[in-house]
Design a protein around this ligand. Structure first.
Ligand SMILES: Nc1ncnc2c1ncn2[C@@H]1O[C@H](COP(=O)(O)OP(=O)(O)OP(=O)(O)O)[C@@H](O)[C@H]1O
Length: 248
């Protein structure tokens, strides 16, 4: 379980996360949505102890991430899939992570199989496609068999087979009773994957509800046939900071 309470992060230029409170429950996939610049990545960085909050707190299983003894066995995270040592191979990267977290060698083989990366185990990081880097990032997140998974834009760069694979993977992890928080801009994919949504805009909480209720609550005047994309755009319209010319 992830609990965020009155979380605030101010930068010189403004406030990225503004008095944000929500909880991510185990046993379901929670989609973390918001327009560009809404504060999703900053919130995730604060949960993972990669940044310090200006105020408020974020805890995983009741404890700040930085106080977890073997963090990879509690929380698996995919942030920037490109953040790899360029000349290290796929297997070496996972071995290094396993070694530094007290995780046995056998688990490396298991996550390579689980992510479809076994055939690419000897490839160097710099030669991987974006989709393969994403798969390696997911493999690293799964390495410690954690009860909590945080995935920032995991669908980026995946081919259609990969999109279906990650969808089933996330649902399967949630069905095992794990806590799964996933950020994405792909509303059609989120509609298929996330049972619950936390939606933010300009660093503030806009909605914390089931996907079904979210769509129903923000349906158009006629009420029928609304998609998650339409509901999202209706709710976040006022929070969008970057709008392309000609867009409504
Ligand atoms: N290190 C930083 N210094 C200053 N401002 C920052 C920093 N990191 C993020 N911000 C600002 O905080 C706000 C939130 O950014 P963040 O990356 O968290 O949004 P996001 O919801 O993840 O956006 P996107 O969907 O585009 O990835 C933005 O206005 C961004 O410019």
């Amino acid at each position: 379980m992830i609990e965020v309470q009155h979380l605030t992060k101010r930068y010189r230029g403004g406030t990225a996360v503004d008095d944000l409170s929500f909880a991510v429950e185990p046993g379901r996939v929670t989609g973390f949505l918001g327009p560009n610049g809404a504060g999703k990545s900053t919130t995730i960085r604060l949960i993972l102890g990669l940044d310090r909050p200006s105020a408020g707190s974020a805890v995983v299983n009741g404890r700040p991430y930085t106080s977890l003894e073997r963090p990879l066995t509690a929380v698996g995270a995919l942030l920037d899939a490109g953040d790899l040592h360029p000349t290290r191979s796929v297997r070496e990267h996972l071995r290094w992570l396993a070694r530094t977290n007290g995780i046995g060698e056998r688990r490396v083989g298991e996550v390579l199989e689980a992510t479809g990366m076994a055939g690419a185990a000897r490839k160097r990081a710099k030669t991987l496609s974006l989709g393969m880097k994403q798969r390696l990032g997911v493999a690293a997140a799964l390495l410690g068999d954690p009860g909590v998974l945080i995935l920032d834009e995991p669908v980026n760069g995946l081919d259609p087979e990969g999109v279906v694979w990650i969808r089933h993977l996330m649902k399967g992890l949630a069905a095992e009773g794990r806590t799964v928080l996933v950020s994405s801009h792909l509303m059609s994919e989120m509609a298929l994957t996330a049972e619950h949504l936390v939606v933010i805009g300009r660093g503030r909480l806009l909605a914390d509800t089931s996907t079904e209720d979210f769509i129903a609550a923000h349906a158009g005047a006629d009420g029928g046939g609304a998609s998650l994309e339409e509901a999202f755009m209706r709710l976040t319209g006022a929070s969008v900071e970057f709008r392309s010319g000609g867009a409504r």
